[in-house]
Design a protein around this ligand. Structure first.
Ligand code: F6R
Length: 606
């Protein structure tokens, strides 16, 4: 996720671009840049780090020119650096981009053969060179021809040094709006970037292109036909709009899950419809010789690791040890040559996780990072990196990043299992097909939110909540309880359902809330017996189960249903339901959802 903004008008563009980018910093903040046309040429200003570094280095009030584009970056291809930051330039052309160009490697080879020289590691640079390649004096035509070759998602803003009064832009699977001003017009990834200047916008659809001059806006569809659109009048306040109309970042991020799952999965499926683990080729080459696999992380990342253990051991029959990074680092773990260690960290900066990773490397193990932040410490120090493409996660409670971590583990686990002969070709295909359907099914969970809202409204006062589950539902119950603790301040515990009668059952009393995760249908009879034990102690039972699970519906007092998938992937869908349940309880309790007390997003101290 990145933020882009563009301006053409009569005022100085640079301060407007900078202010706009400030409002988009939530979309990424590892580097920033602007391109401003001063009437004769395009000047480029870039800096690594947050926007304020760019402003300090190149004060915007000292930059003249009334046409410009700007970008705040969340690195995907290429680490955060001045060279990789946007705008990217090719000949007369300057480009800002939000999205991922999936076929950039092929295009890069093609462009290199034509003599284009690449200076950055980004996918975006191919877009700059392509527009330049096709440019014969008509920017719109050049952009049209360029995007015909691009696969993936992109919102692009484009300038040319020989056109001092025009900005062109396109939207495909990445957001872009047009702001309508008086003798000035704007583009932006999100409405808050331009809200200070206008409340009238056009909402572009996929494939739409736009040509902006200070007093003219022309829009075209993907076929190049002129189109008109209704003016959308923005009535929300800026704060609300930054959250895309959602009340909190957390619920916005949960709602991004289908896209995040798609973005994490799709680039890992090759043209033959198989998983490609090219990013972690050394690790995957170890599949058949791997003695032991360790997975370490903290908090939510640890809970994802536990689910990964269940899956990998079941499918690949490789022994997996999961440890809290804070324990692993001091425990002199029995890890060494021939072993591998996967470290999971959304931020890539968690102190304990970094230390654990260094310990694993010191002992001679191969380290793979599953992380969300390109250029983070974990990504730089790991031997290989498998990115989760979840975009910036702002809310303290991790949601979409957890889902992406699960997807990453399922991809890696399935491919490992096939390579070691744990599963055959048919089952591999079945699993891959099931995973491909998950992003859409995640959307169905979100679409059925009303049931979860109602349940949260009825149960938010519960003093003690117990999450129970068997098999892969067991680690999911840990993550579900963690969500409730951190954003609802509700006492919540997770238990392997079979463990209840070995002690925890004593905690149950009249009105205790028990949430039974019931996606593992091969263990359903056992879980139901445990639920009945809870009912006998007057607990209120909520189930989360796959649709069609009639016995779950009959056993629980209330049941949240998720779409049907193969049993081992169902926790990925149930997790979304559990996150929403915690979110709505939190809002009923009036907790500061995005910034719960005593917690921080990135724990860079021990
Ligand atoms: C819980 C949560 C934390 C983090 C943990 C590790 O919602 O966000 O438990 O999962 O602090 O953080 P990362 O993944 O950044 O290493």
């Amino acid at each position: 996720m990145c933020g882009i903004v563009g301006y053409v008008g009569e005022r100085n563009a640079a301060p407007i671009l900078m202010k706009g980018l400030q409002k988009l910093e939530y979309r990424g903040y590892d580097s920033a840049g602007i391109a401003v046309h001063d009437g004769k040429k395009v000047n480029i200003y870039k800096a690594k780090g947050r926007l304020k570094v760019l402003e300090e280095r190149h004060p915007s009030d000292k930059i003249s020119g009334t046409l410009g584009i700007g970008h705040t970056r969340w690195a995907t291809h290429g680490e955060p650096s001045e060279l990789n930051s946007h705008p990217h330039v090719s000949g007369k052309i300057a480009v800002v981009h939000n999205g991922i160009i999936e076929n950039y490697q092929r295009l890069k080879l093609w462009l290199e053969e034509k003599g284009y020289h690449f200076v950055s590691e980004t996918d975006t640079e191919v877009a700059a060179h392509l527009v330049n390649h096709f440019y014969e004096g008509n920017l719109l035509q050049a952009l049209q021809r360029a995007i015909a070759l691009l696969e993936g998602s992109f919102a692009l803003g484009v300038l040319s040094s020989d056109v001092p009064d025009t900005l062109v832009a396109v939207r495909k699977s990445s957001p872009l709006i047009v702001g309508i001003g008086q003798n000035e017009n704007f583009i932006a990834s999100d409405i808050p970037a331009i809200l200070e200047h206008t409340r009238n916008v056009y909402l572009l659809d996929d494939g739409d292109m736009v040509v902006l001059k200070k007093n003219r806006i022309r829009m075209y569809n993907s076929l190049g036909e002129r189109i008109e659109k209704p003016v959308f009048n923005v009535t929300w306040d800026a704060d609300m709009a930054e959250k895309g109309g959602y009340a909190h970042f957390m619920v916005k991020e949960i709602n991004e899950t289908p896209k995040v799952l798609h973005d994490t999965l799709n680039p890992r499926i090759d043209k033959d419809g198989r998983f490609s683990l090219s990013e972690i080729s050394k690790f995957s080459a170890m599949a058949n010789t791997l003695k032991r696999l360790f997975i370490v992380g903290c908090g939510t990342a640890y809970n994802a690791a536990m689910l990964g253990k269940y899956y990998i051991e079941k499918m690949a029959r490789i022994p997996v040890e999961v440890e809290y990074a804070s324990e692993f680092r001091y425990r002199k773990p029995l890890i060494g040559k021939g072993d591998a260690c996967i470290v999971i960290s959304q931020s890539g900066e968690t102190a304990d996780t970094l230390a654990a990773m260094r310990e694993a490397q010191r002992c001679g193990a191969m380290v793979v990072a599953i992380t969300n932040v390109v250029g983070s410490s974990v990504s730089r120090e790991a031997d290989e990196v498998f990115y989760t493409w979840a975009g910036p996660e702002i809310a303290v409670a991790s949601t979409k990043a957890y889902s992406a971590q699960l997807m990453a583990l399922y991809i890696i686990g399935t491919e490992l299992a096939f390579r070691v002969g744990g599963i055959d070709e048919d089952y591999y295909r079945e699993l891959l097909t099931a995973l491909t359907a998950i992003p859409k099914q995640a959307q169905t969970v979100l679409d059925n939110v009303a049931r979860i809202q109602q349940l949260a409204a009825e149960r938010f006062n519960a003093k003690n909540v117990f999450y129970i589950g068997r098999g892969m539902d067991c680690p999911l119950s840990m993550e579900s309880a963690l969500k409730l603790k951190e954003i609802c301040y509700t006492h919540a515990e997770a238990f392997a359902a079979g463990e209840l009668k070995h002690g925890p059952l004593a905690l149950l009393e009249n009105g205790s809330l028990v949430v039974a995760l019931m996606t593992q249908e091969s263990l359903l009879d056992k879980t139901i017996s445990n639920m009945i034990e809870c009912r006998t102690r007057n607990a209120y039972l909520v189930g989360i189960a796959m649709e069609g699970n009639i016995r779950a519906v009959e056993t629980a007092d209330d049941c949240i249903l998720i779409p049907r998938t193969v049993e081992c992937f169902a926790p990925m869908l149930a997790a979304i339901a559990a996150q929403l349940f915690a979110y709505y309880i939190s809002t009923h309790k009036g907790v500061d959802v995005d910034k719960p007390r005593n917690l921080a997003k990135s724990v860079t101290v021990e």
